[in-house]
Design a protein around this ligand. Sequence first.
Ligand code: TEU
Ligand code: CA
Length: 539
Amino acid sequence: MNSEKWWQNSVGYQIYPRSFQDSNGDGIGDIKGIINRLDYLVELGIDFIWINPIYQSPNVDNGYDISDYEAIQPEYGTLADVQDLITACHQRHIKVLFDLVVNHTSDQHPWFVEALKGKDNPYHDYYLFADSTEEAPPNNWESFFGTSAWEYVPHLKQSYLHIFAKQQPDLNWKNAKMRTEIYEMIRFWLNLGLDGFRLDAISHIQKKNWAVPMDKDDKWRNFMNVPGIEQYMSELKEIFDEYHILTVGEASGVSSKKAPEWTGEKGYINMIFELEHNLKTGSKGHEVIDIPRYQDVIYRWQRDQLTHGWNALYIENHDNPRAATIFNTTSPSAIKTLALSYLLLRGTPFIYQGQEIGMTNFPFAAIEQFDAVDAKLQYHEALKAGINSKQALNRIGRLSRDNSRTPMQWDNTKNAGFSIGDPWLPINPNWSHLNIAQEKANPDSVLSFYKKLIQLKKSDPAFGIGQINIFTAYPGQFIFERTGPHNSYLVIANLSDRNASIPPQISTNYEGGAVLLSTDQNTITTTIRPGTGLVIQKG
Ligand code: TEU
Ligand code: CA
């Protein structure tokens, strides 16, 4: 058994910098804004933050298209601001993770600009070009954003691969020189004092041979955890180990069965964000999350990483709609119950900005209101396929990434306290009654519940490396026990439509136990109603 790690008893918080806090009135969140709000995160009980990309970028995909890895996007601030941020966080015992985007660069990156100059240019092989005509791309692969994965370059008579937008050409990881440059860049950031990285789209850095056609039922298989990736991941691991940092991989295509190879004692990284439970990947065609299905997915990940490996736990991020909306949890108690369903599982929980007050989807009414690159592309593809604009808008509006990217709702002053200028994305119209200041003042609010929940998670290693026993229950009822050397706890989060109760085989242990946390003051341990939950300590 490996020794306990600091992040096993910690809670992370994801900051979408563009929408967190603006400090200079240009309507765009920035690094100084984050520094100004750190004391709030201390109050919330956060141990580390992950900040989405703040590197120089033409912003086609909001920072995930990087044109200079070692420069800060001017609208976010300067390198000196980053140093101030790291210092300010460390003074408050908050660790700092950046996003590491190395599957692709921007098409404005000097490497790609050079690459386009000719097949003989040394940077040409930094990317994935293949001979083709304009009409016949090298193969039929599709990008994640729904278009062809190839873009034709007439003067080269070649196409280049991009598994995201065409402004995001994929890097050629087979090129050792390219890898060395990436590794130097990683060291540059770690030498500044960062504590870790979230590894963007890391399971896609290796691709199958161009001759392998796309499988219509498993469209992205040809660039999901493809053999050969082991070498690159091992090289990365060497650097991560040298600096003792925390690494969280966005690694879709790594199955729960395979995950321990990635996150176990000898794994490449510390934990994986699985994407299987999400609405877009998991509940195709549905407007809300199928909760029993979500439960099956996260329980499977719990089981498969029980003896080896570690989970990253989350219900929201910048790529998904707001949880309160898509889990259909409409009352404060149900939103708290949703928090309870995942935050005390075995793993490291993440909270996405605004989730802690139950922020909701945005009521989109026109395509002009969207910003996200995938939303615009999908809208135009839908119109091409003959779907009418209202239907296309409805569906994209429900699922769009932009729902989670609207500015933070801090208080009920102008622009929700986010900015004194015009915000880059509209503020959700519910800001005047749904905001942090208001919830702070209310001991029964979603925010107050999150604070208590975070404290509980950190109060006892039973909630860290402690064992988890999951009880079989009616679908949608999350009933599990966490046990440590000193105490045991029973968590019941009822997201089903029937009453839940303490499992009979352990009822004598828990019926007289102390209720440490409850989503609703009226909840009693014998009848846990739909949309309510509690945590009981073994008596
Ligand atoms: O998202 C990547 C992403 O969602 C895919 O890697 C995922 O594997 C696939 O959709 C599974 O179905 C990240 C960022 O989070 C996102 O914001 C960026 O747009 C994207 O990478 C490109 O950098
Ligand atoms: Ca600003």
